[in-house]
Design a protein around this ligand. Structure first.
Ligand code: SAM
Length: 245
């Protein structure tokens, strides 16, 4: 199923490499993905094409004004509605949002249209957040200069989950976070490099043993650096057991 992204931004040029290179570029070329960049400054009326103004109450920095943002969103969607429309996800990228993770990426990969609103400066006039009914999404607990890189992260993560986007469809199913754990270590040729050997089991051709080895290494890695993921997994499994009784 094809997905359309509408990106509302003051830096549409930042997306040029993402739409033309690598997996997203290939998906665009093959028609699996459509990316529509909307320049927020096209919805301004003054000669400086200003999209921002000083914050009420004082303080440093500037804030996105509501008028150009509402006009741009209305132009893209036809109307501004806070109600959920099937197949359309409307997202504001902001550090205050729900954390973007693999389950959310999967959820979004089932939509047919995703509208992304990228902020800048100190962020948005809060009437934009309240009045547009967009959901707020953050890519992590840090502050970037704008929503463009977060939007690119989201697009890349969603596109690689679309059937047909990757050379091997199972690639995305075996990756970190898909089964609640991190990916196992991978090796390729040569079998020995600078005294470091590829684990014997991977050269054995015994698929059951290889699977077992990979499973154990994935758990080991997850335990070492992301104990929180294992705790979540254990809780889910306990919940399932309770449900089944
Ligand atoms: N004043 C805001 C705060 O303290 O939360 C930060 C604004 S930031 C400098 C400008 C814009 O970058 C935000 O409006 C948002 O669109 C984007 N942004 C920055 N960090 C982000 C993150 N972690 N996730 C998603 N968007 C982010």
């Amino acid at each position: 199923m094809a997905v359309r992204f509408d990106i509302i931004t003051i830096f549409p040029g930042m997306f040029s490499s993402v739409v033309s290179e690598s997996i997203v570029g290939r998906a665009v070329k093959s028609g699996l993905v459509e990316i529509n960049r909307v320049d927020l400054r096209d919805f301004t009326e003054d000669k400086h094409r200003s999209v921002d103004d000083r914050p009420y109450g004082g303080g440093p920095g500037m804030v996105f004004k509501p008028e150009p943002v509402f006009d741009a969103v209305e132009n893209v969607l036809g109307e501004v509605g806070s109600s959920a429309e099937p197949g359309i996800r409307k997202i504001i990228l902001t550090p205050q949002g729900r954390r973007l993770d693999q389950p959310l990426m999967r959820e979004l990969s089932g939509e047919s249209r995703i509208v992304l609103l990228c902020g800048h400066y100190e962020g948005f006039d809060h009437r934009i957040v309240e009045g547009l009914g967009f959901e707020e999404v953050s890519i992590g607990d840090y502050v970037l200069s704008g929503g463009e890189l977060p939007a690119m992260v989201l697009i890349d993560g969603v596109v690689r989950l679309l059937p047909g986007a990757l050379g091997h469809p199972e690639s995305s199913e075996q990756e970190s976070f898909e089964n609640g754990v991190l990916d196992f270590p991978q090796y390729t040729r040569p079998p020995e490099y600078r005294g470091m050997k590829v684990p014997e089991v991977l050269l054995s051709g015994n698929h059951a043993e290889i699977e077992q080895w990979r499973h154990e290494r994935a758990l080991e890695r997850t335990r070492a650096s992301r104990g929180d993921l294992l705790e979540k997994l254990e809780l889910q499994e306990t919940g399932q057991e309770l449900d089944n009784t």
